[in-house]
Design a protein around this ligand. Structure first.
Ligand SMILES: Cc1cc2nc3c(=O)[nH]c(=O)nc-3n(C[C@H](O)[C@H](O)[C@H](O)COP(=O)(O)OP(=O)(O)OC[C@H]3O[C@@H](n4cnc5c(N)ncnc54)[C@H](O)[C@@H]3O)c2cc1C
Length: 440
């Protein structure tokens, strides 16, 4: 009998298993994959993602093989903002969520999942969790309305049955645990992006860059093995035309959104892997917990890739759920009190506002005139630029940055300088052009 069985051993699952095992609990973590292996992801970590790894003593292992940077460029319609999430906001974020701000770091990295997930799985095993890879959970054992264990099968055909005080579904957006429990999805947002990316050598980016123009976006970040991850994305309603010529449209999108990045890739880049892609990124929430079970990571909250936050949120969930379960497993509180505390942190107003922010962003509407003016105004104001980046990354509350008084202040400053940017020359014509599908 285990204290906890965790289904899924990546960002959410291996981290949860690691933390519970370090607290001294008996943990089994099961994954149908073997490691090292990749999963669909462009694997960018914001500073709070890096901070979780540092809090768990794993950051040095990651950065020994992964380039890091200390700022990001966000370029909207040619308006470039360079900044970073301020450390004081990061500290406040960790104190609010976890009660302490130890291990906070301010750097960024893009870590291949074949690198990161193996580090997490090995750390979980080292902490004392039993790790069972190549093993698929196929059934939940439910007694008197409560989940009490799992049944499954290993790749060699061996069947297994294991019992635990709690079963944690960390098994991704198509969660088997959620489906077996017939859990509803809610606040579903079907409008999402398509995303295509690959790995390029031959140029040095220095730091990460994220571009938006019209209804398209692209991003480029240095990653492992001396390569750069270069991603393009757009509204799902344009995906059919994009797919008609993936390599051609990938380059076409880069050239349109960031001519400079497009030229770098075309003239200096060597593509090291195929172009990967995904179309299914609709967002939804599921219930967080019930009798004998809890969900973490994408299993509970799946969101579009467009703000690159899912892995960091999975780490957050791992810390919150393991802290809550520890109080119950050590007899300090009842399971109901523990899970109510977990739910309180996860279902805050700030969390709801950020979920809405990501889902709205994922619709990929061209920026409005006032939004672009805001970006122009931010250029002269490093403190507010950094706060905007912190808001985009879910460190500072959306409601604080996008509150009316703040926007009026910024927009006053913007009126003077917006004339410098071509997007404002004939805004109506530009807006009409942005509505046309570039790939049709
Ligand atoms: C195109 C794209 C780009 C993205 N880019 C970023 C980014 O740049 N930054 C970022 O932070 N996030 C990004 N994300 C999101 C991020 O990848 C996810 O949020 C993250 O992988 C969620 O981690 P997880 O552990 O919850 O689930 P997953 O990573 O999906 O892992 C689930 C695990 O469960 C296992 N499993 C499933 N069913 C079973 C079963 N029945 N039995 C045993 N094992 C099972 C699977 O094998 C898998 O290993 C991106 C997502 C997409 C689609």
């Amino acid at each position: 009998m285990y204290d906890a069985i965790v289904v899924g051993a990546r960002c959410a699952g291996a981290s949860t298993a690691l933390l519970l095992a370090r607290q001294g609990h008996r943990v089994l973590v099961v994954d149908r994959s073997s490691f090292p292996s990749d999963v669909i992801s462009t694997h960018f970590l914001w500073p709070h993602g890096m901070s979780y790894l540092n809090r768990w003593g794993l950051l040095d292992q990651v950065t020994a093989v992964t380039p890091t940077h200390t700022s990001v460029d966000i370029v909207n319609d040619g308006i470039r903002l360079t900044g970073s999430v301020p450390t004081d906001l990061l500290r406040e974020h960790f104190r609010d969520l976890h009660g302490d701000d130890s291990g906070v770091v301010g750097n960024y990295a893009s870590v291949r999942r074949r690198v990161l997930d193996e580090i997490l799985v090995e750390a979980a095993a080292k902490a004392g969790a039993e790790v069972r890879t190549n093993s698929t959970v196929r059934e939940l054992i439910v007694e008197d309305g409560r989940v009490v264990g799992v049944r499954g099968r290993a790749a060699d055909g061996q069947v297994f049955e294991e019992r635990a005080r709690i079963v944690i579904g960390a098994d991704g957006r198509n969660s088997f645990v959620a489906r077996a429990l017939k859990l509803p999805k809610y606040d579903e947002r079907p409008r999402c992006t398509f995303a295509y990316w690959s790995y390029w050598s031959g140029f040095d980016l220095g730091s990460g860059q994220i571009h938006r123009r019209g209804r398209l976006g692209c991003a480029a970040v240095p990653t492992n093995f001396g390569q750069n991850m270069v991603l393009v994305w757009g509204p799902s309603e344009w995906s059919r035309e994009f797919r008609a010529d993936v390599p051609g449209n990938y380059q076409r999108a880069l050239d349109f959104v960031s001519p400079e990045l497009g030229e770098t890739v075309r003239t200096r880049g060597t593509r090291e892997e195929r172009i990967y892609g995904t179309l299914d990124q609709s967002a939804f929430l599921r219930p967080l917990h019930g009798p004998g079970w809890a969900l973490v990571g994408d299993a509970e909250s799946a969101k579009d890739q467009c703000t690159a936050i899912g892995m960091t949120h999975a780490f957050r969930d791992a810390e919150l759920v393991s802290a809550a379960l520890d109080r119950w497993l050590t007899g300090e509180t009842s399971i109901d009190e523990s899970m109510a505390a977990y739910e309180g942190r996860r279902r805050s107003q700030n969390a709801a506002a950020y979920y809405d922010y990501v889902c709205t962003f994922a619709e990929m509407r061209p920026y409005r005139h006032d939004e672009l003016q805001l970006f122009v105004a931010l250029r002269g104001n490093q403190e507010e630029t950094d706060r905007f980046i912190a808001t985009h990354a879910d460190v500072a509350p959306v409601s604080e940055f996008f509150q009316a008084s703040n926007l009026f202040l910024l927009n006053d400053a913007a009126k003077e300088s917006s004339a410098d940017y071509p997007v404002f020359d004939d805004f109506a014509a530009t807006s009409r052009m942005y509505q046309q599908n570039l790939f049709a």
